[in-house]
Write a protein that binds this ligand. Structure first.
Ligand code: NAD
Length: 340
């Protein structure tokens, strides 16, 4: 009763039409919010004007892929929290949230196991040429040994750029193969690397020393196109690239040039610089050695309900006046509140 009164009249707005494809319903969130007397409003927003009009007096926003720039954030009159359903929050202007005193939260751990498994599956596919041969057979080519050369599994070195929740799951699945594991992540401790049986390396050492390069870090202005022409030049001939993080981490034109030049043998990509990839004339689709999935690395029967529950719990925590650990701008907001 006590909290009901506190929350009464509040409105949480789910702004994102993409979520409507992802989740069959919003009953999980609705039940959690209604218990507290909070209204849940689900909208399929298609323009910035509509976004501002509907979000202006919302107490919380929840989204997955809807671009949320400063122009929108500065118009929010009551918003205390923006929750990004998932890990990556590159669609939201973080600095604008901080300037407005809004907590930006993600849901860091709902699908790590799924994405790590997916990255591993893409690597396995490339390392045994599964989809590649399937494509050859469908073209009438029944020929062992076509395409790039394979090694025994335990002779490969797996390099990880970014070694958080997902990178560690992916490496944990690769480790029993007997592969060598190199990691570039300046923010992880020696203990984490030791536990994972991994060797710390520089960015350049991962690029030049790995057969399989796995991208498991966030996209931000510092990491945009961190793999481009110069980085491909450092790689082993025949390297394999796996990206389940964000398309923008890799300069995709440079990747295709590197495949043409024989530097990169194959790539497994769940993410793309331009999503959705629906243009059948896209150059990427001409490569039999590029394995694509439609940003579905989190897929499993438990992912959506887990994500929904954790996202709603996060919004409620902030509306209650807490700053959960999964608040991206937590430090900045604490600092800001000291100075207000
Ligand atoms: P995480 O925060 O647990 O780990 C990210 C790691 O990257 C951290 O250990 C961090 O120290 C490291 N890092 C940050 N900047 C770096 C840099 N410049 N160089 C090297 N390392 C750096 O995140 P996670 O759960 O492992 O997710 C990784 C990424 O995967 C997310 O940012 C997200 O974009 C993406 N993702 C994609 C999907 C999908 O559906 N394909 C789903 C979830 C997450």
């Amino acid at each position: 009763m006590h909290t009901q009164a506190k929350f009464s009249g509040m409105r949480v707005l789910v702004v994102d039409s993409k979520l409507i494809d992802l989740f069959p319903h919003y009953e999980i969130e609705r039940e959690m919010f209604e218990k507290e007397g909070i209204e849940l409003d689900v909208q399929n927003i298609t323009s910035q004007e509509e976004y501002i009009r509907l979000a202006r007096d919302a107490d919380a926003l929840m989204l997955i892929g809807l671009k949320t720039p400063r122009e929108v954030i500065e118009k929010l009159e009551k918003c205390k929290v923006i929750v990004r359903y998932g890990v990556g929050y590159d669609v939201v202007d973080v600095q604008a949230c901080t300037d407005m005193g809004i907590a930006l939260c993600n849901v860091p751990d709902a699908g790590s196991y799924e994405v790590g498994s997916h990255a591993f599956a893409l690597a396995m596919d490339c390392l045994r040429k599964v989809t590649f041969y399937d494509r050859q057979i469908r073209k009438g080519v029944w020929h062992a040994g076509s395409g790039y050369t394979l090694k025994r599994m335990y002779d490969y070195t797996f390099g990880y750029i970014g070694f958080g929740n997902i990178g560690r799951v992916a490496a944990g699945l690769a480790r029993p193969l007997g592969v060598k594991i190199l990691v570039y992540d300046p923010y992880v401790s020696d203990e984490v690397l030791e536990e994972a049986g991994a060797v710390r390396a520089t960015f350049e050492e991962v690029l030049s020393g790995s057969d399989v390069i796995n991208m498991h870090l966030p996209l931000n202005p510092n990491t945009y196109h961190m793999i481009s022409v110069e980085q491909f030049k450092l790689m082993k001939k025949g390297a394999i690239i796996i990206n389940t993080s964000r398309g923008g981490l890799i300069d995709q034109e440079a990747l295709m040039d590197a495949i043409d030049e024989g530097i990169v043998a194959a790539a497994g990509l769940d993410v793309n610089e331009h999503e959705p990839l629906t243009d059948l004339n896209d150059r990427l689709l001409t490569y039999d050695t590029v394995i694509l999935t439609p940003h579905t690395a989190t897929e499993s029967n438990v992912y959506a309900p887990t994500l929904q529950e954790k996202a709603a719990k996060t919004a409620l925590q902030v509306l209650r006046g807490e700053l959960p650990v999964n608040t991206i701008n937590r430090k900045e907001l604490i600092e800001r509140n000291k100075n207000v």
